[in-house]
Design a binder for this molecule. Structure first.
Ligand code: C5P
Length: 236
């Protein structure tokens, strides 16, 4: 289990992100998504590393295997800790993504862990049936994508806390389940459909949690972070 909650840096600029991190006053495991990375570039990763933060680069790559493999080779040089692809890109794409990471990791450094997105948590079963022409229940698709990700050699998946136990059952304890959709008691669900508190997520089988607005939108983010961390580590 990852001890620290992963904090989603869902901010448009480095300035805002830095101000937030200064207020937190501790090393974090942060998630950098498309919004921040695409507007500010790799320099952000260098800055975060200088500040001793661990990094989940949430770019959800999905393209032909060769392109994803080469992109991953470049990204591995940034010495991030965790990165992801869409499982819908297929087994060969995932294998080449992993290969690219192995090739790009500087010698003596640890390869970034690679996880996949199965069905996005924003996709409903009805939408999946209509748009992807998949007739099976959504959970079957999620479990199938988890299984092919494991076969491709990936380290885990991003999933809902409510899917974590079923994935663990099929793919084993070591196959990591990184789960967003986390809320402290009393926080609004906002656009997340099926939420869980940090302690519920642990009980449901998450191996790491991603928390955004419950921390970044709190009146006192540092206090909210400590509360999330304590609940996650069962120290409350
Ligand atoms: O603010 P909140 O805690 O809902 O943020 C969750 C973070 O996790 C966001 O950065 C969101 O993009 C991300 N995420 C998600 N569901 C996924 C994959 C990523 O909510 N399936």
């Amino acid at each position: 289990m990852e001890r620290e909650p992963i904090v989603a840096l869902d901010f448009p600029t480095w300035e805002i992100s830095r101000t937030f991190l200064e207020k937190m006053d501790t090393s974090l495991f942060v998630k950098v998504g498309m919004e921040l990375y695409l507007q500010n570039g790799p320099v952000i990763i260098e800055e975060l590393k200088k500040m001793n933060h661990r990094i989940f680069l949430d770019l959800k790559l999905h393209d032909i295997p060769n392109t994803v493999g080469r992109a991953m080779k470049g990204l591995a040089q940034l010495e991030i800790d965790l990165i992801n692809v869409h499982a819908a890109g297929g087994v060969t794409m995932m294998e080449q993504a992993l290969n690219g990471l192995v090739q790009g990791t500087p010698s003596g450094k640890e390869r970034p862990k690679l996880i996949s997105v199965t069905q996005l948590t924003s996709t409903s079963e009805e939408q999946m049936k209509k748009e992807q022409l998949i007739e099976k229940p959504l959970i079957n698709s999620v479990l199938h994508y988890a299984e092919i990700s494991r076969k491709a050699g990936l380290d885990g998946v991003v999933c809902s806390p409510h899917e974590a136990a079923a994935i663990r059952e099929i793919c084993g304890e070591d196959f990591i389940r990184v789960t967003p959709g986390i809320r402290l008691q009393g926080d609004a669900a906002q656009d997340q459909q099926r939420i869980a508190s940090p302690s519920q997520a642990r009980e449901l089988g998450s191996s790491a949690i991603v928390v955004g607005r419950s921390i970044t939108g709190a009146d006192e983010p540092a206090k909210a972070y400590q509360q999330v961390k304590s609940e996650w580590e069962r120290r409350v």
